[in-house]
Design a protein around this ligand. Sequence first.
Ligand SMILES: C[S@@+](CC[C@H](N)C(=O)[O-])C[C@H]1O[C@@H](n2cnc3c(N)ncnc32)[C@H](O)[C@@H]1O
Length: 251
Amino acid sequence: MQKGASTTSNTPRCLEVPVGAMFDRIAPTYDLLNHLLSLGRDFAWRRRAARVLPEQGALKVADLATGTGDLLIALLRERPNVTETVGLDLSEAMLKIGQDKITRGGYADRVRLVHDDALRCGLPAGDFDAVTMAFGIRNTPDVEATLREIRRLLKPGGIAVILEFSLPRGAIMRWCYLVYLRLIVPAIGALLSGSKGAYRYLNESIEAFYRPDDFCELMRRTGFSEVSATPVTWGVASIYAGSKPNGAGDA
Ligand SMILES: C[S@@+](CC[C@H](N)C(=O)[O-])C[C@H]1O[C@@H](n2cnc3c(N)ncnc32)[C@H](O)[C@@H]1O
């Protein structure tokens, strides 16, 4: 695993919640809990997010907050034209598990993992055909700055694909989901991961995050065009996509 460039340190700055340390703690049980708490739907969500990428032409992709690499692996499976990827994350423990899975899956020649902060990473501007982020943007202390960083990394015409939890629109589904999120998720999370805080943080951060329409508006304000939000599984997650306009600079 490669250490990030000059912007990197073991303790990245300006985080309101020590997210890297939190994910280091829960890394050993992260994948199991992720699949269990989403009732296995997370596989299909990542597959669907991966399919937003074009099928033609060699693609270079950055996956921010890559964690244990599941979105990267879905991308490499679904899109053989993804020839080169960089997976970036704050948590070394998550990356270590990701590296093992990537090596076991035979994808290592197309993946480089970097320990760095998505908010101010050392990756070069305008270098990527696509930038992806699954369940990561909600954890960053400045969502707008993260979107600006995603835009900076993209080539003009490149696409951003962001998968993030959301709340169902329908009142009944929303009520059921909130009961699940507030009571069941923290209890199972604490039991299996040993971290009460992490899974309490999960439900609080989901409830505090932008509604899909507001997030689309934020993407437009940050300079993305052709912005869309696709709800999956009654809207408990949404896949956002947006393009960096052709002719746009790196700022
Ligand atoms: C919920 S996990 C998602 C991991 C993976 N993308 C997935 O689909 O399972 C969130 C990840 O975001 C990372 N993360 C949070 N804030 C970050 C930041 N500012 N820069 C880089 N990674 C960050 C955490 O370390 C953690 O691995």
